[in-house]
Design a protein around this ligand. Sequence first.
Ligand SMILES: Cc1cc2nc3c(=O)[nH]c(=O)nc-3n(C[C@H](O)[C@H](O)[C@H](O)COP(=O)(O)O)c2cc1C
Length: 427
Amino acid sequence: MTTPLRQPLTLPNGTTLPNRLGKSAMTEAMADKSDNPTQRHITLYRRWAAGGLGLQVTGNVMVDRRYLERPGNVVVEDERDLAGLTAWADAARSGSARAWVQISHPGRQCPMVVNAHPLSPSAEKLRMLGLFGKPREMTPDDIHDAIRRYGETARILRKAGFDGVQIHGAHGYLISQFLSPITNRRTDEWGGTLENRARFLRAVVAATRTAVGADCPIGVKLNSADFQKGGFTLDECKQVARWLQKDGIDLLEISGGTYEEMSFATATPQRDSTRTREAFFLDYAREIRAEVDIPLMVTGGFRSRAAMEQALTEDGIDMIGLARPICVHPDGAAALISGQAERIGISEDGLTLGRGSWGINAQNWLINLVNTVARVEYYVWQMDRMAAGQEPAPRASRNALVLMLGYLGKSTVRALRRKPRARRRAT
Ligand SMILES: Cc1cc2nc3c(=O)[nH]c(=O)nc-3n(C[C@H](O)[C@H](O)[C@H](O)COP(=O)(O)O)c2cc1C
């Protein structure tokens, strides 16, 4: 059938993506005890590669072994597992999709089980059930070391055969911590004005470009806003987008929120709703579109082909980002493009901690937190199934508390299992 979803997209550096549906990054938590990719990554990405996507962005890969988003993250600091990375790249590229890796540093959003003393632009602790330690304010040396690491990680991934990299600048991780006045209270050249707060991101982009060369596409995932009082705002996002255009990035993915305001994972697609309510960052993306010519990918809430097509044809959006729907419908992209499916993804109403409490309206903050974590873990479980060679189970109901406890338990076991080398260096 004729659909704008089928159109190829040529990026500023000349790379072409074969269609407009991109898998957005999703953390896999499948690395081995040396933080390397495994056969499970290969099976999972081969399954997704068969599903008709134009772009596959991997889950966040860490640039520094001492600081993880969660135990089970892949870490790329050197070339010792180039063969494993190459096998992962081959699997992700085995269908139509181009394969990019998301590179990230968690900053203060590094769980206590990994490191009780994470780094952050300022010593502002993330208060969440005691799961995160008080961060140490980064010294200028720490900052330069982190920038160098992003470049080195990108260089190695490119060498392994990945088609591109995406720098994770969203969701409250390190780059996002630099951008937000709540977590960045510095008074030196890395804090204060927006220009100073954006300096870290721009330096990471520059280091990455130097490392991968002009022919490798570089993307950035950025919050349209943090949705926190005093945090990074839409107006600031527009200015940062203008700078990123000047810096020569190839794709800007728009998202929003942080661990404290998990809008990226909590907004639920509504039935019979307007497409703006379906794709919850679309209004913001439209405003950003008015500011820049960089290709834009918008992620969050897209489920219906109608909303996706309208975003492409009427709102000037270039790529549709999909995360949760392709965990339950791995062939979703092909089904949308061929016209076999009008919508993909599931209603999450069946997943509850207490009747009806799944969602963001729960009265109790603890239930709210459990539900939010469980919502993410439900999809991690679907990825686990695919990684084991099974099909996802979109109709399966899971208890939110079990999912939350499973996350805590598995994280702890994985953290303890990591090679002493990895843990010893986590100081
Ligand atoms: C299981 C899971 C893991 C995720 N991991 C990441 C990640 O590693 N990096 C990232 O930028 N976003 C991550 N996200 C957020 C998604 O990329 C996406 O922005 C969000 O799920 C909204 O899109 P959707 O409505 O299509 O799911 C994750 C989401 C889920 C459900």
